[in-house]
Ligand binder design. Sequence first.
Ligand code: SF4
Ligand code: MG
Length: 315
Amino acid sequence: NHLKKYYPITGGVFGKTVGTVKAVDDVSFSVKTGETLGLVGESGCGKSTTGRSVMRLIEPTEGEVLFAGKAVTSLDQQELRKLRRDMQIVFQDPFASLNPRHNVESILEEPLIVHGIGSASERKKRVLEMLEVVGLTSYHAKRYPHQFSGGQRQRIGIARALMVNPKLVVLDEPVSALDVSIQSQVLNLLQDLQKEFGLTYLFIAHDLSVVRHISDRVGVMYLGRIVELADKDALYSNPLHPYSQALLSAVPNPDPDIKRERIILQGDVPSPANPPNGCTFHTRCSHVKEICRSIRPTFRDAGNGHFVACHLYGE
Ligand code: SF4
Ligand code: MG
């Protein structure tokens, strides 16, 4: 609820604060049990910062995160550690997130040790089970991260996240570093695991086709804000926000009945250290009106849970 993450910009010899980067600037959304909510946007739009703030890997500047009714943002470190069993994260680059000096067995065992789960033999058994669940075998347990392909490493990253039986998994660009041919295998695995274990996903990506494949609902982010949020089908067949329309016009549509003209956005994304007033998209929007330059559009329901922040709708 109203999540913000601001970073001070320091400069000069005395390291004085000379500005603020508004990486996440008043973001609100909910993820329903068992669903996949996709967050999509260009790099630097704040989607990863949002995902990490939800987990409190980053302390949000303002706002509140609730998990099953509990305020994650006001837990002390000990309570937070307990809650981490329920909330796990998978990172984009499995190579960077796996300790190169540990073999797979010890990488997968570690979360169990941290949370004090099981005896040594129970933990080993669980490691072997989980390797199989993600499509690897006991043969892989004694091997090291560099001995695996990118796709296999991401399977290990996923296995590690699932070791403690989490309820929510934040997936931060989990297939972006993989070859296209491997991406769909990992996405299918994630979907199978979701069904098997009743997982809830917050799925972060910049690739609209990937998000479409896996999500139930999708939020589109621009400059630290969610500008549109809707059921996947509603968003992809009828995007309301001019930014979403431009983003979607650039991806091939599998439905031949939907013909879209390619919308080319003018200019670059403005700096989050100096975002435009009013609607932050107004410097690039072809529908811009006077009001857009000074007044920030509120996030409102345009009907059937299709939320949009744009003056074209109902203001
Ligand atoms: Fe464009 Fe105005 Fe809508 Fe912003 S509020 S997207 S500038 S029409
Ligand atoms: Mg990112």
